[in-house]
Design a protein around this ligand. Sequence first.
Ligand code: LLP
Length: 386
Amino acid sequence: IAHGKPQRATPWWVSARTALLQHAQAGTPRYVYDLATVRERARSLASAPAVDRCFYAIKANPHPAILGTIADEGFGLECVSQGELEHVFATLPQLSPQRVLFTPSFAPRREYEAAFARGVTVTLDNIEALQRWPEVFRGRTIWLRLDLGHGEGHHEKVRTGGVAAKFGLPVARFDAFLAEARKLGLRISGLHAHLGSGIDDPRHWREVYAHLAGLADNVGTVETLDIGGGLPVPYTPDAQDFDLANWRAGLDEIKAAYPRYGLAIEPGRYLVAEAGALLLTVTQVVEKDGVRRVGADAGMNALLRPAMYEAYHGIHNLSRLDDAVAAAFDVVGPICETGDVLGRDRLLPLATSEGDVLLVADAGAYGMAMANTYNLRALPAEHVIA
Ligand code: LLP
């Protein structure tokens, strides 16, 4: 009997199973992305009445087909490096620079110059850059990223506010920044705060908006409040879908309280995580000291999230999807690190064996984007289902 646990929708890859097994024949490790899921997620956010502008944080997954799909839904794109900026304009040459944000961290001077030359919106998050490079910023219009004093999110390594984080101007230095900006004739047209990634509480974003609005009232030139990304997805079997209705209602309410400002969001994960799966092939199955391990042809080199954040991803034997899951295995990769574990104690069919195709679920965000060639293993292939 289901105990009040809302049933989640069957993931796209269940019905795509036969096609996925064929794609796996072309070689694994291989990421597969379902564009219909990306489109559906983009619409679910962009249709929120309180949201005026959406920017996709391309660091989550910069695949050209994904950028095109999301841009077609009216999203702008958020970039954090000159490499991301160049990738965006190479992929979408028609894209107006007004739809692009540049939100770097500790970037070299030339990247700010390049971004201004492109005409994109530049977000700055410290005073020192103004003092050191006044000629880069004189007379410009920028957005200012603030650290609202606390970080949020699924792991300490993804919390981007508070003393331990390198991001954002502390609110205590806000007036000093305004004074420095005034000297340079620098206009602040947006305030920004992104406090972390994978934030479960749907009230978080309305609180950020309220905090930024209170600060913006003292500036006079602010048009837009960017309340960041950080929307979560349900990775674990018992996680609930994000309460989007509650999120929307909170934004409606706060927008009504402070109607002067445009509201912008910049999600990454929410749009692409569930749209992606990583296909792997079983190499060896080994029992050692009572622990059964299934080895796959890629591990932390293809998907770093479990090793880096203890992140959970569902793992399924796609070749035996209808078999009972009867035994607990640790699923490991081929990398020479003890931490190369994709999942511990995962239930898989007892017959799982060499050549079976494993599917690692919800791998569309920060999967391929963080893949690496450690141990000189090849990067995964990528494949898109339109
Ligand atoms: N805006 C800014 C300024 C960001 O730094 C980020 C993510 C986002 C937006 C998008 O956040 P999202 O909506 O995806 O949570 N590699 C980690 C996540 C790092 C996020 C970095 N910044 C992970 O795999 O969980």
